[in-house]
Design a protein around this ligand. Structure first.
Ligand SMILES: [Zn+2]
Length: 394
């Protein structure tokens, strides 16, 4: 009697932890602590022409210029030096995205981060005066490079993609070309465009979201991550967010995406934006480091959670079915009046598929062979799409 009561109590405790706690992942802390201010600043110096790259200097990253090509070579050389594979996605005679990939245990699920490496360049046709584009967007590009560097030796539950976008400044040409490739595999996308300006040290970071995919939930999770990992920033939720940067290309495809960036509008926005004075000298380095850490922490925290119960439920597509009883001992019933055919997949709390078969809604699903614990049942039907429900086997 005592023992069985203890067992029941244990179940309640496990249930509570799994569904209520939004817990830190030690591995995420361990990796994000390796983010180096020196590295971040060095990348910005090289991308904005303050330091040479090899024997030459990147003077501008404007579309179609030598400097734009040098920037691509610089990014590829960094990725090679860290042993990270990448795709070169050529979308026009002048445009090329570079997408670095760190394979996870699942290669059909992708958690992603991106930043554009091109810049506005100049307003004089002869390029006598150029815009270094330090904040816009050497800052985001640097954060992405540093994220790849510190993640290179790890494997995560899902695959990580790091997209270095070209021709954002020409109306998101690069990201609009690639975003549709992610329709059936994206867990979420995080965009960094301008993350180094903070006028008065107010630590405000904007979280841009939209009613696209699960973008609103992801934005809420970014806000929770700030406090969970003690990142010295204050979130300002922007819903609907500004679509005029690369996360907008994901929203156009109804994908889950958020932008994490400095203040975009009003008196607190960067007055050096698209000007010759957009240089490292006008950036706020501690703020830049904090936002870089927030983006990476979000990427990795979501990657860790993406296949466990929290993540699967978070991606739940609709609420068309109910399952009962719950908890269940032997057979699970799926609530529907008529018999419709369905594909059933059952996942354990680590996101591993433990059972997969076809049946119909009038046939009870046997769960007898499952070990006690918490599971997700995924019900796919032609008529009603995909639903995911959690249940406890006891
Ligand atoms: Zn930009």
């Amino acid at each position: 009697m005592y023992l069985s009561k203890m067992k029941k109590l244990l179940f309640v405790v496990v249930y509570f932890i799994t569904f209520s706690a939004f817990a830190q992942h030690a591995i995420v802390q361990q990796i994000t602590q390796q983010v180096s201010e020196d590295s971040l600043v060095t990348y910005v110096k090289q991308l904005s022409g303050l330091l040479p790259v090899g024997t030459e200097t990147i003077r501008t990253r404007y579309k179609g210029t030598t400097g734009n090509t040098m920037t691509e070579e610089y990014i590829k050389q960094k990725l090679n030096s860290w042993g990270v594979a990448f795709d070169e996605v050529v979308f026009s005679g002048t445009g090329k995205n570079i997408i670095a990939k760190i394979p996870g245990r699942r290669t059909d699920r992708v958690m992603m981060m991106g930043a554009h490496f091109d810049a506005v360049g100049t307003s004089n046709p002869d390029f006598t005066v150029v815009y270094p584009g330090a904040d816009d967007n050497a800052s985001g590009t640097a954060a992405l490079l540093e994220a790849v560097r510190v993640c290179a030796q790890y494997q995560f539950p899902v695959t990580l993609h790091f997209a270095f976008w070209d021709e954002e400044e020409q109306n998101l040409v690069g990201s609009k070309f690639s975003a549709p490739d992610y329709m059936n595999k994206l867990v979420g996308y995080i965009n960094h465009d301008m993350i180094g300006w903070s006028l008065n040290n107010d630590s405000v970071v904007e979280i841009h979201t939209a009613s696209s995919g699960h973008s609103v939930e992801l934005a809420q999770r970014v806000i929770n991550i700030i406090s969970l990992y003690n990142i010295p920033l204050k979130a300002k939720l922007m819903n609907p967010g500004n679509p005029n940067t690369d996360h907008g290309a994901f929203w156009q495809n109804n994908l889950t995406a958020v932008g994490i960036n400095e203040i975009y509008d009003g008196p607190l926005m960067n007055p050096h934006w698209h000007r010759p004075s957009d240089s490292l000298a006008t950036m706020n380095i501690p703020y830049f480091v904090s936002v870089s850490k927030l983006g990476l922490t979000t990427l990795l925290h979501e990657a860790m959670d993406s296949l466990n119960l929290v993540g699967l439920m978070h991606q739940s597509l609709n609420d068309n079915f109910a399952v009962y009883p719950n908890p269940v001992e032997d057979v699970l019933l799926i609530d529907n009046d008529e018999a419709i055919n369905m594909q059933i997949n059952i996942y354990n709390m680590y996101g591993n598929l433990v059972s997969s078969f076809q049946t119909n809604t009038q046939t009870p699903v046997s769960v007898q062979e499952l070990k006690n614990g918490i599971y997700i049942i995924e019900i796919s039907t032609q008529e009603k799409g995909i639903s995911r429900k959690r249940f406890m086997k006891k």
